[in-house]
Design a binder for this molecule. Structure first.
Ligand SMILES: Nc1ncnc2c1ncn2[C@@H]1O[C@H](COP(=O)(O)OP(=O)(O)O)[C@@H](O)[C@H]1O
Ligand SMILES: [Mg+2]
Length: 155
């Protein structure tokens, strides 16, 4: 039923927590996992304009920062792949650039996954919100089932 899983991660605590469930789904018949990290184009835009304003010279060294960030993500994704493979699941890794919710939904469709497993929250982790902005849209628009792993909350 959940043969092919899409696991979108932003490496936040909640997404890391979701990984444990991805691995456990092997016992429920999962065979393949597609891991996706979306490089947010809006972050790239912020980086290339920097925080310069009010007549300051725009920052131009950010290209290096971007390259470093991308190399770091690639490394983390490779480690993640190895970790998931150890439980006997087949793993594919993707790192598209774009708007996270759109790229996640596009990947889900292209890969024809049977389940999406993600965190309720991510890096922003706004206390007042029941769901993050990405998880909300993914849950809303994905046609199939979504397993949402919640952050730890205290009342
Ligand atoms: N850039 C991204 N690439 C892949 N997955 C992401 C990305 N951003 C968020 N996610 C997934 O969506 C979940 C919820 O994150 P998000 O909705 O962005 O919450 P927040 O608004 O708190 O940052 C994350 O735990 C992760 O599984
Ligand atoms: Mg986020």
């Amino acid at each position: 039923m959940f043969r092919k899983i899409l696991y979108p991660t932003d490496f936040s605590d909640c997404a890391v927590k979701a990984l444990e469930y991805v691995k456990k789904l092997k016992e429920a018949g999962a065979e393949e996992v597609v891991v996706v990290y979306v490089i947010d184009v809006r972050d790239l835009a912020t980086m290339s304009t920097g925080v310069a304003g009010f007549g300051e010279t725009p920052v131009t060294y950010d290209y290096e920062v971007q390259e470093m960030m991308i190399a770091n993500v690639k490394k983390k994704l490779e480690e993640l792949k190895t970790e998931i493979e150890t439980v006997g699941l087949k793993v594919a890794v993707k790192m598209p650039e774009g708007v996270p919710r759109k790229e996640i939904l596009k990947t889900a469709e292209e890969e024809n996954v049977s389940l999406i497993v993600l965190g309720s929250h991510g890096k922003s982790n706004v206390k007042e919100l029941l769901l993050g902005s990405v998880s909300e849209k993914v849950i809303r628009y994905f046609k199939g089932p979504v397993l949402v792993i919640k952050r730890d909350e205290s009342t």
